[in-house]
Write a protein that binds this ligand. Sequence first.
Ligand code: F6P
Length: 542
Amino acid sequence: MKLTQLPAWNALSRHFQSFHALQIQDLFTHEQDRFDQFSLKTDDLFLDYSKNRVNAETFDLLLKLAEESEVDQFKQFMFSGEKINFTEQRAVMHTALRNQTDRPVFVDNEDIMPAVRKVMKQVELFSEDVRNKKWLGYSGKPIKNIINIGIGGSHLGPVLVSDALAEYGQKDLSSWYVSCSDINPVLNLLDPETSLFIIVSKSFTTKETIANAELAKTWLLEAAGDQKAVSKHFVAVSANSEKARSFGINQNNVFEFWDWVGGRYSLWSAVGLSTILLIGMKNFEALLAGAYRMDEHFRTAPLKQNMPTILALLGIWYSNFYGAHSHAVIPYDDRLKQLPLHLQQLDMESNGKSVTRSGKTTDYTTGPMIFGSPGTDCQHAYFESIHQGTHLIPVDFLIALNSTTSSKDRDETLLANCFAQSEAMMRGQSLQEIKAALKASGHNAGEIELLAPHKIIAGNKPSNTLLYDELNPGTLGALLALYEHKVFVQGVIWQINSFDQWGVELGKQLADQIKLDLHQKNPGQHDCSTEGLMKKVRLGKL
Ligand code: F6P
């Protein structure tokens, strides 16, 4: 049945009509236990979702929507290796990468766990050799710099985890992440004798990655003067080992992953090699274990106590009923500064779709625009728009309870700002309150009339607050898996395939064509805007 024909959808539409004018603050006045009622703890995370425009009835209806959308059944399909990515005929098995049990996991009637364990063992042995200085460069020196060359999921996940867990890193190893930018400025800072390049590409055909990998290879060969040096300084992580080999990488140095791991879900696989080199396999295993704890919570907790489901339903409530187009993720934790970028790909490449599983155009909106940056930077940039702008922007606040920085005072400043922002968003400041404050600070009547309307903060802005005890590999794993499953539930409810990404292909094809056409007049190939822009390139001036 179409989403908009489901009984729960229609009940939610009716509920919205009578409910939408209600203020969150009034809900708090009438529901003294709201914090207890709308909060939830898992092994690693605590979620306060009480500052949302929901009451018990809203929540019951949203849960009904999840039931009628068969979220539990689709979950079962995913965990059991069904090819739910049906447009690419692929299973979706990133959860197998963090399976902590002896439970077999089948794809096409084959248990994939032995292959997963074999590759991770290979990664572990390799990483230990590098970390213990047994792996030497062409001139006999140990590795000091690790350069991850990759883009999208082959970059965003690893850079996020390495950054977030930097304090677990081996001190004499440094990491560099190069995606589409020119690698040369990085190479200029490095010594070829002590540099290890990891070429990460599921397809091993991604233009940006291969171009930078070629530049790095040339740079190395110029210094080493011997083709054999490549095998000491280049390894690959890819689902296309043949292409990696033809690039010149030794078969033993190609770490495999599989078509049932989507790029944006791949940080748990050998794609995490750069992170493993820095923090060691033990810490990486703790990351996987944290993700597994969230997988188990997601798999087994009833919908109403299921953290990813709750976040997903709140997102649907704002996107589809309140018309919110965006969603902000704000970590009050510098170590998570890369998280919003990773979530941008995870969420927008997964749920930025407008065709349902049955091939029909949706008559409702799907995935919102995801953005964010660490607090308090964001407060001094775009929070004005959240407090006083015309768009509704729901926010997830994230913060550690314990020691995020070297100073207790700074930690408490961060906590205070994080809690203050969600309180201010919810509470706002009324005209009467502002007038009283202006009067108390000595403003005259004329000044009060002029100023007061500009200072009104409407309030009633929704937010979630996610707490973790401390940022360690386990809590980070749980946090990332939480968002993966949230995206999954939303995709199920929106009736889309969250696991393909056909939308990015056309641009790639056109870029290939335009590169060919850039220097030759090829009338009729392109529209006059594109042709006009290309002509400027040919002329070399504006
Ligand atoms: O173009 C989009 C995309 O395919 C992403 O899904 C992927 O993470 C990224 O490009 C990189 O792809 P690859 O790992 O194959 O180089």
